[in-house]
Design a protein around this ligand. Structure first.
Ligand SMILES: *[C@@H]1O[C@H](CO)[C@@H](O)[C@H](O)[C@H]1NC(C)=O
Ligand SMILES: *[C@@H]1O[C@H](CO)[C@@H](O)[C@H](O)[C@H]1NC(C)=O
Ligand SMILES: *[C@@H]1O[C@H](CO)[C@@H](O)[C@H](O)[C@H]1NC(C)=O
Length: 444
């Protein structure tokens, strides 16, 4: 009876107004909490969305043995890195970008399932939106692009560049921003910090002169920093590619891919294991960017180029092993640094396998740094026109039984002393930090 009475007392409309308010408020808070908990649950689930399936070593081996029967792939070496006291720079924007880098790929809803042997393309960009638009237009017509993962790595944060990326709907897109780029730090290292030496012969200022007496110029050296950060991040930092073994294809914002790029890349990268043992990479274009190819029935072992190049994890390990050489060489160009102090370490002849007809082409006339002399106005170019695409550029056009002709490797080589610009101890240390950070628990 007393129970009934007490339960009667709980009937809300018989309660005094103040108690009623209290109960309603409690219910509201409880409802809100439940809603928040559910929301957080789904949010964490969506941000922990499965990264795409990875091309395992077995999958790569199977493809190589279908093209190169009898060839056994060497497994990768374990990473070699130097334990360091990291001194990675931070500010509000860089912290925000790091959180953004952890977001799942765009267009996951449109392309939820990538095949296990999907291809990965890395497009690294700075701030040339007109060029990026054209590069993206080319990518949209590449055969097989909907089954690829496109990673876009930004040097700096530029809304106009984002706008181009946000419009992409033809494949999964993982967007990453170099959080330690000089473009992110306006008044501190890696940007220009107060007290930095600027001109030759400046005194009582911060900085180490290069072999020509010049001090660091952040906007010029940012490309080498970005390239190295991006390589370390893609191979050793990103959950989407950290265990990917196959070839990753690298292009820049002024590189146009022909529709047959991925078809050819797939064959070249597997074929090099038997057709060209001295080929460490595969290339979609000749190393000489002004040459369109022999257009004969041959394959070419060419100098390793800096456009449309692809290599696998074994080769990444071989690059990473020479981090000290890469970071301590006094040249602000990543490609010249590789030609002079990294590739020669691998053997007397290091080649890249390519077809007789290019599947990638450089367009646009403004280099990022080349040709920008002091006092000259910055190069301006709306991007011009896309290269003409012929019928033959739309189909697979490699024949695996063609002979491999070795071209003579010319240009920068061991012994060149470098163009300078890369002697500041802070730059060298940041570069070495990039090589170690993901092996010391740092996350993307
Ligand atoms: C990667 O490529 C190199 C050079 O062609 C080759 O020696 C190595 O076996 C390949 N590794 C894998 C895992 O495919
Ligand atoms: C890192 O810093 C600690 C404390 O400052 C120092 O004892 C140690 O020697 C440093 N290690 C390296 C590899 O520089
Ligand atoms: C590839 O080349 C070989 C030898 O030149 C030729 O017999 C074969 O028909 C070619 N294959 C294709 C698909 O063109």
């Amino acid at each position: 009876m007393s129970l009934l009475q007490s339960s009667k007392r709980l009937v809300p409309w018989k309660l005094p107004a103040s108690r009623r308010c209290l109960i309603i408020a409690t219910l509201q808070v409880a409802f809100l909490l439940a809603y928040l908990a559910l929301h957080l649950f789904f949010l964490s689930r969506s941000s922990l969305q499965r990264p795409p399936p990875l091309s395992s070593w077995e999958v790569v081996s199977a493809r190589v043995s279908s093209i190169c029967p009898g060839v056994h792939l060497s497994t990768e070496n374990s990473p070699r890195f130097v334990q360091r006291n990291l001194s990675l720079p931070h500010n509000q924007l860089s912290n925000r970008l790091r959180r953004r880098n952890a977001m799942p790929p765009r267009n996951f809803d449109l392309f939820p399932n990538l095949p296990v042997d999907h291809q990965v393309i890395v497009l690294y960009v700075h701030n040339r939106p007109a060029y990026l638009k054209l590069a993206v237009e080319g990518l949209s017509k590449v055969v097989g692009i909907s089954e690829a993962l496109l990673i876009i790595s930004h040097d700096g944060f530029f809304p106009e560049m984002n706008a181009v990326v946000e419009k992409i709907r033809f494949c999964q897109v993982k967007q990453i921003f170099a959080p330690f780029s000089p473009h992110i730090f306006s008044h501190a290292f890696p940007g220009v910090s107060p007290g930095d030496c600027i001109k030759k012969d400046d005194e009582s200022c911060k900085g180490d002169p290069d072999q020509y007496g010049n001090y660091r110029a952040p906007h010029i050296i940012s490309l080498k920093h970005h390239w190295w950060w991006m390589m370390n991040t893609v191979w050793d930092g990103l959950p989407e590619t950290r265990n990917y073994h196959d070839h990753i294809l690298f292009i820049e914002e002024d590189h146009f891919l022909f529709p047959n790029a991925l078809l050819n890349m797939r064959t070249l990268s597997a074929l090099k294991a038997c057709a060209c043992p001295a080929c460490y990479m595969a290339n979609l274009a000749p190393a000489d960017v002004n040459f369109k190819g022999e257009r004969m029935e041959i394959l070419v072992a060419d100098k390793i180029g800096n456009m449309g190049y692809a290599f696998n994890r074994t080769i990444w390990r071989k690059i990473h092993m020479y981090a000290e050489q890469f970071c301590n060489f006094d040249d602000y160009n990543w490609d010249i640094t590789m030609w002079v102090v990294v590739y020669p370490e691998w053997g007397s002849a290091t080649y890249s396998l390519r077809g007789p007809r290019q599947s990638a082409q450089h367009f646009g006339k403004c280099g990022l740094h080349q040709g920008k002399r002091e006092g000259e106005p910055p190069c301006f170019d709306e991007g011009g026109q896309l290269p003409p695409v012929e019928e033959e550029d739309k189909v697979y056009n490699i024949n695996t039984s063609w002979v491999v002709r070795h071209s003579s490797v010319k240009g920068y080589d061991r012994g060149f002393k470098g163009w300078g610009g890369w002697s500041d101890t802070r730059d060298r240390n940041l570069c070495l930090d990039f090589a170690s950070m993901y092996h010391m628990g740092e996350t993307i």
